[in-house]
Design a protein around this ligand. Structure first.
Ligand SMILES: NC(=O)c1ccc[n+]([C@@H]2O[C@H](COP(=O)([O-])OP(=O)(O)OC[C@H]3O[C@@H](n4cnc5c(N)ncnc54)[C@H](O)[C@@H]3O)[C@@H](O)[C@H]2O)c1
Length: 498
């Protein structure tokens, strides 16, 4: 969920609240064994898991390496990450390493129902299906965060930060209530923020100290994506982090692979599966030229599209220009683009007024983490008539007769209209997730935001080379001394950008 910042100094109020513990101690949810769309899909899900395991060498080799030592035994682990086939393999890896796992998806459209069913079939509590409402989505997150006896997790795998956010929001509400004896007025008009505000009030009425009870047991979270890390950085700067956090996204083997090569394939997958449009010859406007934008622009170029990039950062704009893309402002190309893709992690990139000015039959989609890159709420409240062609594929007709198509209701198109990235690249991301979880469980580090050391980042890459028949050159000692590194690495300084 996209949210306003947290706004109280948690550390001051903690002591006060603990005194009030035990006032009301009901269960915050009725714990269900699982909640998925259709258990009969589990066989299909298992086939897909079996096939994908062969494409996830990094994850499978970490499983083999650590399973007999059970380094996660005794740890309760909550995941809030797209419930896809690849995530099923991550879940089974974490379980093989000993963790007690509960899972929810981190997007209402991103679950592969067959993968969720296959995981539920093994007895792992999973709460996810494709097409959740916002209320269901946040209830699922709460279910995944609640273990028997009203306990919370020790470890969290988060993607976009929603599990982390729910805990911090609930904790902040308890602080407020303990200080003022009532709830703060709800001022937001954002539909999703309203759902969260109502949910934390419901939890508070059932158990007035729930979040303060569970936070001391939380060792930390490992965060998957750029947007979630941006939130964590803000929280750390404002000294609001309640537990340690591990930045998985900024491992080179995550952002320089998943964000780039993953999106390079899955963007087109989402567009094609929903619209079946011919891409060659079309003009595509890619908003943002970071890691995701670079992958998207390259993908569209490879289909024979004319690609125009919009950027705010002169370095990224220059990179785009030197790759041969036109770099323009969005306003100047609204009538040129056949297809618009937002990739910024920022908000209000395509406004309602922008959509009115687009050419007839333009396709609009977003691959960034949250749906607020496109003003979907404003579009839905506008005078445009909405028709659902099929789920996650809508046509809007403006009063002047002009039409646009919106994919996945503005949520990540590659997961809403297709099944996300292919397994191999998710193996690089999830190998980082597992290493982060092992680090948190073993070190129980002080509350701070951490990055994966370069040695482990290189190790993740190494685990994937053989699968692609890549042979690595080994430095001689003489060469290593000459460039000032060790023969076995690390080969680059931390600041190196790849
Ligand atoms: N769908 C997926 O599978 C997937 C995978 C990885 C990351 N993500 C998400 O995609 C988003 C982008 O991730 P990233 O790693 O590329 O981030 P990034 O920071 O590398 O790139 C974002 C770029 O957008 C630019 N930008 C910001 N505001 C802009 C504006 N108003 N107009 C034009 N450009 C603007 C920034 O300058 C930056 O270069 C994030 O939300 C991330 O969480 C999605």
């Amino acid at each position: 969920m996209r949210v306003a910042n947290l706004n109280s100094d948690n550390s001051v109020i903690i002591k006060k609240v603990i005194k009030n513990a035990g006032e009301s101690m009901n269960n915050v949810v009725e714990i269900l064994p699982n909640k998925v769309k259709d258990m009969s899909l589990s066989k299909l899900g298992r086939y897909q898991i079996d096939i994908s395991e062969k494409e996830m060498p990094g994850l499978m080799s970490l499983r083999k390496q650590h399973a007999d030592k059970q380094p996660l035994a005794g740890f309760r682990l909550t995941g809030s990450l797209h419930m896809t086939t690849e995530t099923a393999i991550l879940i089974e890896t974490l379980k093989d390493l000993g963790a007690d796992v509960r899972w929810a998806s981190c997007n209402i459209f991103s679950t592969q129902d067959e993968a969720a069913a296959a995981i539920a079939k093994t007895g792992t509590p999973v709460y996810a299906w494709k097409g959740e409402t916002l209320e269901e989505y946040w209830e699922c997150t709460l279910q995944a965060l609640t273990f028997d006896g009203n306990l919370g997790p020790n470890l969290i795998v988060d993607d976009g930060g929603d599990a982390t956010l729910l805990i911090h929001k609930g904790y902040e509400l308890e602080n407020y209530f303990n200080e003022h004896g009532n709830y703060p007025e709800i001022t937001t008009t954002n539909p999703e923020e309203l759902v969260v505000e109502k949910l934390i009030r419901k939890v508070h009425k059932l158990n007035g100290n729930h979040w303060h009870n569970i936070v001391p047991d939380i060792i930390g979270v490992s965060e998957e994506t750029t947007t979630g890390v941006a939130r964590l950085v803000q929280m750390e700067q404002e000294k609001k982090l309640l537990f340690s956090a591990f930045n998985v996204n900024d491992s080179a083997t995550k952002s320089k692979f998943d964000n780039l090569y993953g999106c390079r394939e899955s963007l087109a997958d989402g567009i094609k599966r929903s619209t079946e449009v011919m891409l060659a010859g079309k003009t595509v406007v890619v908003c943002g030229y970071g890691d995701v934008g670079k992958g998207c622009a390259q993908s569209m170029k490879s289909y024979g599209c004319k690609v125009i990039v919009t950027e705010i950062d002169p370095i990224c704009a220059l990179q785009a220009a030197m790759e041969g893309y036109e770099v323009k402002t969005l306003e100047s190309v609204l009538d040129k683009g056949h297809l618009f893709v937002t990739t910024t992690g920022n908000k209000d990139i395509i406004t309602l007024e922008d959509m009115r000015k687009m050419r007839d039959q333009a396709i609009v989609c977003n691959i960034g983490h949250f749906d607020n890159e496109i003003q979907v709420d404003a579009l839905n409240d506008s005078d445009a008539k909405r028709e659902q062609i099929k789920p996650q594929y809508d046509r809007y007709t403006f009063p002047d007769g002009k039409q646009i198509f919106l994919l996945a209701e503005g949520r990540l198109v590659n997961l809403g209209c297709a099944t996300g990235h292919a397994s191999f690249v998710m193996s690089t991301s999830f190998a980082n997730q597992v290493l982060a979880q092992l680090f948190l469980a073993k070190e129980k580090p002080e509350v701070k935001l951490y990055n994966l050391p370069k040695e482990l980042d290189e190790e993740v890459a190494r685990l994937h080379l053989k699968h692609l028949d890549a042979d690595l050159t080994v430095l001689t000692k003489d060469q290593a001394d000459y460039i000032g590194v060790k023969v076995e690495g690390p080969f680059k300084k931390d600041e190196y950008r790849y």
